[in-house]
Design a protein around this ligand. Structure first.
Ligand code: HEC
Ligand code: HEC
Ligand code: HEC
Ligand code: HEC
Length: 422
């Protein structure tokens, strides 16, 4: 059968599934997950996932799999240095923590260990703990906004559990819910009350509350999200420009830089799957067989390890064909990431050189610096996102195309500034 024929067959099947999920989703919004009878209530504010595990052993045993360390071609759960893998990152992040210590992410059960071990320059305050421990929403309730500006080590002493059950479930009903105040507030500003969301919406909001782009308010160190204009990188850029926000000054180019943080939620938002109604949980938490019953996998990892369960529900093309499509997207994305990254390094060097020339055209130099800020922002939007393009192939190509163009413009502006043509 031709590929076109396959796609035609697949789409109605997927639509029916998604539609069915949406219907049950609305009906179940305020009660617990479908088919689950609650026998005993978990103590309120129970932060130890092992206690939840006594009531829900199947979900807990899959949660413990987050300890597993293994790799895929472009993803994986092994803490390896990105700086060694892509040496140009040291140039791009010069003068800030990511230029000294930047690793591949791994499973949820490592979140506390990894944040504690990372270079102190990466941790301006307790605020960095916000998405690393299931105890944080409780701390914010107790301490108020003061929590965010406390020194990291002080907050670290107050917590002992990594990401866990309490982050996504109401212990009374087991219904899904979001717990991160900054996410709730930023979505409220967009006119969306996520505390009233449907089950289907929550199947991505529970992930979106941490897997997103954020920044810290300069004084209070409160976490916030740049979503007032929308979820595209252009919307975030405008938000930061309007606020005159800068993360750090690049020591070589002198540009006022922005650091992007894992925008999985925003990047996925405009992608093929999101638009078709597919949620993070459909791929990353598929139903798995546990003895006689089927439960949602709580092993948050690369879905390429569980393609039968993660993709086979909707796709009929077969795993080999599907995987080759994923790798095709990732290979092309990585190639353009490297091209854009190296182009920005060339721009940085040109701007540095221009800055040292005594009769430099100051105005043109300022243009070059602004172009550096912009190029690196669009590159980082894809680089910091963890699917190497898969969540939104067209979005990734669009951002990287812009990044390459802006980097070239920065080089031209730097040479013109140095030559002082006026
Ligand atoms: C259509 C299926 C699908 C959906 C929907 C989806 N993902 Fe993914 N995700 C993938 C695939 C495939 C990869 C690439 C894995 C790899 O490279 O091994 C990935 C990679 C990731 C990674 C990096 C994993 C690693 O091993 O490095 C994270 C984190 C992630 N996704 C989070 C999310 C979040 C959060 C959402 C929702 C906002 C989401 N995903 C929606 C399929 C999906
Ligand atoms: C990152 C968010 C998240 C965390 C953390 C989490 N869950 Fe879940 N859980 C989900 C999602 C999403 C579902 C699917 C619910 C649905 O579709 O209604 C789910 C479903 C469940 C269900 C319903 C039955 C099923 O398997 O679908 C149980 C029980 C459950 N989780 C227990 C736990 C336990 C125990 C922990 C801690 C060890 C935990 N969960 C941690 C997101 C999470
Ligand atoms: C409380 C914050 C939080 C929530 C909620 C959350 N994540 Fe994560 N997630 C993280 C952090 C932090 C890491 C990186 C941990 C590390 O590297 O130590 C991570 C890592 C991951 C990874 C990479 C695992 C690997 O092996 O490389 C995947 C995939 C992932 N999350 C998917 C999800 C999905 C899907 C959801 C929703 C069902 C979700 N996460 C909800 C904070 C969160
Ligand atoms: C809940 C249903 C659902 C699940 C689960 C799902 N997909 Fe899809 N997928 C779709 C739909 C719908 C489309 C859009 C089809 C179209 O319009 O051509 C699509 C399109 C695609 C495409 C082509 C477009 C693109 O963005 O590259 C690829 C490749 C793909 N899916 C791979 C995967 C992989 C790999 C997984 C598992 C990790 C997966 N899908 C899981 C429903 C799903």
């Amino acid at each position: 059968m031709s590929k076109k024929g396959k796609l035609f067959l697949m789409v109605p099947a997927a639509m029916v599934l998604v539609a069915a999920a949406m219907i049950t989703g609305c009906a179940q919004s305020s009660t617990g997950p479908p088919g689950l009878s609650i026998t005993r209530e978990i103590p309120e504010n129970e932060t130890d996932s092992a206690v939840w595990g006594k009531y829900y052993p199947s979900q807990y045993s899959s949660y413990l799999k987050n300890k597993e360390e293994s790799k895929t071609e472009y993803g994986g759960s092994v803490r390896e240095s990105k700086l060694d893998e892509f040496p140009y990152l040291r140039q791009l992040f010069a003068g800030m923590g990511f230029g000294e210590d930047y690793n591949e992410e791994r499973g949820h059960t490592y979140s506390l260990i990894d944040i504690r071990e990372i270079n102190a320059k990466r941790k301006p305050g307790g605020t960095c703990m916000t998405c690393k421990s299931t105890e944080v929403p409780g701390l914010i309730k107790k301490l108020g906004v003061k929590y965010y500006s406390m020194p990291f080590d002080e907050v670290s002493k107050l917590v002992k559990h990594p990401i866990g059950c309490l982050d996504c479930h109401d212990p009374k009903t087991m219904a899904l819910r979001v717990t991160r105040p900054a996410f709730i507030e930023a979505m409220r500003r967009r006119g969306k009350d996520v505390t009233q969301a449907s089950r289907q919406e929550l199947r991505q909001y529970v992930c979106a509350q941490c897997h997103n782009e954020y920044y810290f308010h300069k004084q209070s160190k409160e976490v916030d999200h740049p979503w007032d204009n929308g979820f595209e990188p252009e919307d975030a850029e405008k938000y930061y420009n309007d606020k005159k926000f800068t993360d750090w000054i690049h020591p070589k180019s002198g540009a006022e830089m922005l650091k992007v943080q894992h925008p999985e939620w925003e990047h996925n938002y405009g992608g093929t799957h999101y638009t078709a109604g597919v949620t993070c949980s459909d791929c990353h938490m598929p139903y798995i067989r546990e003895g006689a019953s089927k439960v949602s996998s709580h092993w948050w990892t690369s879905p390429l390890k569980t393609m039968d369960q993660s993709c086979g529900v909707c796709h009929r093309e077969g795993n080999d064909w599907l995987k080759s499509r994923v790798l095709n997207t990732q290979k092309r994305t990585q190639e353009l990431l490297d091209t854009a990254g190296n182009d920005i390094v060339v721009a940085i060097n040109a701007i540095e050189k221009a800055g040292k020339s005594p009769d430099v055209d100051r105005k043109r130099l300022a243009d070059a610096r602004n172009l550096h800020r912009r190029a690196q922002f669009y590159w980082d939007w894809v680089s910091a996102e963890n699917s190497t393009g898969f969540h939104n192939p067209q979005g990734a190509m669009h951002s990287l195309g812009k990044a390459i163009d802006l980097a070239r413009q920065a080089q031209v502006a730097a040479s013109q500034a140095a030559a002082n043509l006026r």
